[in-house]
Design a protein around this ligand. Structure first.
Ligand code: IPE
Ligand code: IPE
Ligand code: MG
Length: 237
């Protein structure tokens, strides 16, 4: 079976550029083109939910010119890909502290989210200014406020009700995480949601990720045995 929800950490843009003696931003430019192709691929393969880690909480600490370049690219992406998202009936959502984004990006992001909000062919999440820990703290604050207001009793808080306060409230957890560039870490991505996600970390750098690599990831996923804490025998029956 194909995964219903794929999360991707598109890592390795900087190393790809360095290998070519180019600036880091040229790696991000190429990486953005690969994001576009991957979205179309996922749609054609019938993947219902795709989540990209576009910019982490920690990425705000990168050099200012790189942040500026990434923000410009994001803005250009949102403007140039709007028509594709509409044509393909893809709903764009943002996960993260988007109020931290510069207004020129936030405006285009909100416009694209609004324009695509009624579509249901695929959900495309961009995690931008996103951190898994800050998402969990945010949910805890929302619940604490609901308790203070008398709408929720502390003893009634459950995993299910907690999950409803995450950015991904109405979405299933990712079945598969693809992190390119061979790094074996989560880097503060979807900490709550990835408790049972299958992790695949191919060596390929994100700018070189292509259809073949995508199909390989799906094949690896198909061969995985997911047990969710049960024994093989239980899970097979
Ligand atoms: C991932 O590529 C893109 C973002 C973080 C926005 P990197 O920029 O992290 O590339 P490397 O890891 O330095 O090669
Ligand atoms: C994770 O990659 C964030 C994104 C791809 C947006 P990083 O390159 O920032 O992660 P670390 O620093 O190697 O863990
Ligand atoms: Mg990186």
């Amino acid at each position: 079976m194909n995964p219903k929800h794929i999360a991707i950490i598109p890592d390795g843009n900087g190393r790809w550029a360095k290998q070519r003696g180019e600036s880091r931003i040229s790696g991000h430019i190429r990486g953005t083109a690969v994001v576009k192709d991957t979205i179309i691929q996922a749609k054609q393969l019938g993947i219902p939910i795709l989540t990209f880690y576009a910019f982490s909480d920690e990425n705000w600490k990168r050099p200012q010119d790189e942040i500026q370049g990434l923000m410009m690219l994001l803005k250009e992406y949102l403007i140039s890909e709007r028509a594709t998202l509409v044509r393909e009936k893809i709903q764009l959502r943002a996960l993260g502290e988007i109020s931290k984004l510069p207004p020129f990006v936030l405006e285009e992001l909100q416009k694209t989210i609004e324009m695509t909000s009624s579509f249901n062919q695929m959900i495309l999440n961009f995690a931008i200014s996103y951190g898994g820990r800050s998402e969990i703290v945010r949910a805890a604050k929302l619940l604490a406020k609901a308790c203070m207001a008398g709408d929720v009793k502390p003893d009634d808080i459950s995993e299910k009700s907690f999950q409803k306060h995450l950015y991904t409230a109405d979405l299933p957890d990712p079945d598969l995480l693809i992190r390119t560039s061979g790094e074996m870490r989560i880097s503060n991505f979807l900490l709550w949601q990835m408790s049972y996600t299958e992790i695949y970390a191919p060596e390929v750098l994100w700018p070189d990720f292509n259809t073949n690599e995508f199909l390989k990831a799906l094949e690896v996923f198909r061969l995985r045995k997911r047990r969710f804490g049960l024994t093989d025998e239980q899970y097979e029956s």
